[in-house]
Write a protein that binds this ligand. Structure first.
Ligand SMILES: C[S@@+](CC[C@H](N)C(=O)[O-])C[C@H]1O[C@@H](n2cnc3c(N)ncnc32)[C@H](O)[C@@H]1O
Ligand code: SF4
Length: 377
């Protein structure tokens, strides 16, 4: 089984924190969608098993028109085995989710999971982030999506930002609970290169991110949500039973996936990763010439080990110790056991039934603990 990811590299406006690949030049959208259609057919041989999950990410996939969505689903159906596809997610911004758009998605497309970029239910936070929508639009579109029959719904929230007080963050969580959203992805605000936030902080116009606040917000998150039947199945992802993201789980479990569209990454499930050029014009031009705008690398054993640790330790399923013994050479296995012992002495990890997970008390330090496991020559 495989996953199919389609990157829609357009946004109406640039959020102050975001450095994902996207462009606000929407005049290239028709050509680019045509090119995505071409890439879908040129790469069909790369997926040899039925497609289990499809994920439209971005950028902002909800900028796609009805015709463009129809076209992409047609291309997918023509080229891939979707007879067993169980989850089709579309990332959407609240300002795009009109009643009409939701109804179209529900009735005329196979999309069965919506990921809505709420970020905060407070207008002050949204203004600070330079979002297109306001808090009222979020609430309305969530209710309308549920009324239209979208049960599998997730929202994105950002915590620990300069304008988000502890009280506000708790209210955001309470609001999400009261709306009955079954899945929440929640990220600490990070300051990324080439963003307005990074420039503002560098010039002293915005205060730096407060790490103590981020820690407090993370602790609130992992206290409040589990008390309300959400399982923190990955560091940033909380879902009620039956609502975990199957697509993202396949990434974390190192399964194969094909990524289509500018900047999209692919993995063959073994030793090859590839990625498309992160430039819309170059992407279109290359496909016009029937050339895939792709770079590729073969990953060695050391990288494969580091990636397995990085992805696995962020999830509740952790890392199976026997699997490491089976999959890697003695040099790496010895290194793994040495670090395992050290971290166990420090009480930072828990081992049971041959599985290692991060000790929940040290969850906020996950990235640091993971890097201690890394094999570097
Ligand atoms: C790249 S966006 C795509 C989805 C959609 N365009 C939206 O804005 O909701 C995916 C999510 O990444 C998160 N994100 C992006 N940059 C971030 C940053 N610097 N810090 C924290 N979260 C970030 C936001 O929560 C956002 O919803
Ligand atoms: S957060 Fe979403 S809407 Fe904002 S710039 Fe990034 S991709 Fe676009």
């Amino acid at each position: 089984m495989s996953g199919l990811y389609i990157h829609i590299p357009f946004c109406i406006k640039k959020c102050n924190y975001c450095n994902f690949h996207f462009s606000t030049r929407l005049d290239f959208k028709p050509q680019l969608i045509k090119s995505i259609g071409k890439e879908l057919s040129m790469r069909k041989e790369e997926i040899t098993t039925p497609v289990e999950t499809i994920y439209f990410g971005g950028g902002t996939p909800s900028v796609l028109s009805f015709q463009e969505l129809d076209f992409l689903f047609q291309k997918i159906k023509e080229n891939y085995d979707v007879s067993r596809t169980s989850e089709i997610t579309l990332e959407a911004n609240p300002d795009d989710l009109s009643k009409e758009y939701i109804a179209f998605l529900q009735k005329n497309t196979p999309v069965n999971r919506l990921s809505i970029g709420v970020q905060s239910f407070f207008d002050e936070d949204l203004k600070f982030m330079n979002r297109m929508h306001n808090s009222q639009q979020s609430e309305i579109c969530i209710k309308e999506a549920m009324d239209a029959g979208f049960e599998n719904l997730t929202i994105d929230l950002i915590y620990g930002g300069q304008t988000t007080s502890d009280k506000r963050w708790l209210s955001n969580l309470e609001k999400s609970l009261s709306l009955g959203i079954p899945h929440i992805s929640s990220y600490a605000l990070t300051v990324e290169p080439k963003t307005a936030f990074e420039a503002g902080i560098r010039k002293g116009k915005i205060s730096p991110v407060d790490e103590d606040k981020q820690f407090r917000h993370f602790e609130l998150l992992r206290n409040v949500l589990p008390k309300n039947d959400y399982i923190q199945y990955e560091f940033s992802n909380f879902g009620k039973k039956g609502f975990f993201s199957q697509h993202n789980i396949s990434y974390w479990k190192n399964k194969a996936y094909l990524g289509i569209g500018p900047s999209a990454h692919s993995y063959n499930g073994k030793d090859k990763r590839s990625w498309n050029v992160a430039n819309n014009i170059k992407y279109i031009k290359s496909l016009q010439e029937n050339i895939l705008p792709l770079e590729e690398e073969t990953i060695n054993e050391k990288t494969r080990f580091n990636e397995k640790i990085m992805l696995g330790l962020r999830t509740v399923w952790g890392i199976n110790i026997q699997d490491i013994g089976k999959e890697f050479s003695p040099l790496i296995v010895n290194h793994f056991h040495k670090e395992l012992k050290k971290l166990q002495m420090e009480n930072r990890i828990i081992i049971s039934n041959d599985t290692v997970i991060i000790n929940p008390e040290f969850l906020f330090l996950t990235d640091g603990i993971i890097s201690q496991f890394f094999f570097v020559d």
